[in-house]
Design a protein around this ligand. Structure first.
Ligand code: C5P
Length: 204
């Protein structure tokens, strides 16, 4: 069975939590495509050129969650993600992952529009910048990363602006995506809605 779920949306809207739960519930493989851009961004911060960094990317680069999930790497990721040549280098890996036997869920910014335009289910998970910044602030605080709320909000807004205004694969809901706004929604309620959408598709 090849069943693909595409989940897009801005940072800290709940994509990651929803993707992991969907993968677990339906036995699908999961790819957090943001990690690819973060790994390229991390290499660039170490001094590599962006396209060379994307070309040199190895599976092991993705397994350093701690060093990839910092605010500095998030900004670097969104800066390299503007470059069409970098996106091109990461395309085949993502498309092959999406086509794996048994099905897959991919989350990112351009999954429903560019990577998997034929995905079986497309979701666009969003929330207000303030709600997302508060969630990200609490996550970073729990990890002991010292940043202010104001700084996290400014970072989220800067990334949103860069991700949605770039020419190459901008962050936008696919025309046939279902939008889920989690600003005032619990994660359980969001998951109920997602399971309902996927259940209907699987029945069809
Ligand atoms: O999802 P995450 O916040 O980890 O993504 C980091 C950055 O990677 C995003 O701000 C975006 O610029 C880029 N990205 C992208 N396309 C994707 C996934 C992430 O451009 N499919």
């Amino acid at each position: 069975m090849i069943f693909t779920v595409a989940i897009d949306g801005p940072a800290a809207a709940g994509k990651g939590t929803i993707s992991k739960a969907v993968a677990q519930d339906y036995g699908l493989a999961h790819l957090d495509t943001g990690l690819l851009y973060r790994a390229v961004g991390w290499r660039v911060l170490q001094g590599e050129a962006p396209v060379a960094a994307a070309t040199a990317l190895e599976a092991g680069d993705l397994s350093h969650d701690d060093r990839l999930r910092t605010p500095e790497v998030a900004q670097a990721a969104s800066e390299v993600a503007v470059l069409p040549e970098v996106r091109e280098k990461l395309l085949d890996f993502q498309r092959n992952f999406a086509r794996r036997d048994g099905g897959a869920v991919l989350d990112g910014r351009d999954i429903g529009t560019v990577i998997c335009p034929d995905a079986d289910v497309k979701l666009f998970v969003t929330a207000s910048a303030e709600a997302r910044a508060e969630r990200r602030f609490l996550e970073l605080e729990a990890k002991g990363i010292g940043v202010s709320r104001a700084q996290v909000l400014a970072d989220v807004q800067a990334r949103d602006a860069r991700d949605s205004s770039r020419d190459a694969a901008p962050m936008v809901a696919a025309e046939d995506a279902v939008t889920i706004d989690t600003t005032n929604m619990s994660i359980e309620a969001a998951l109920d809605r997602v399971r309902e959408i996927i259940g209907l598709k699987l029945q069809a």
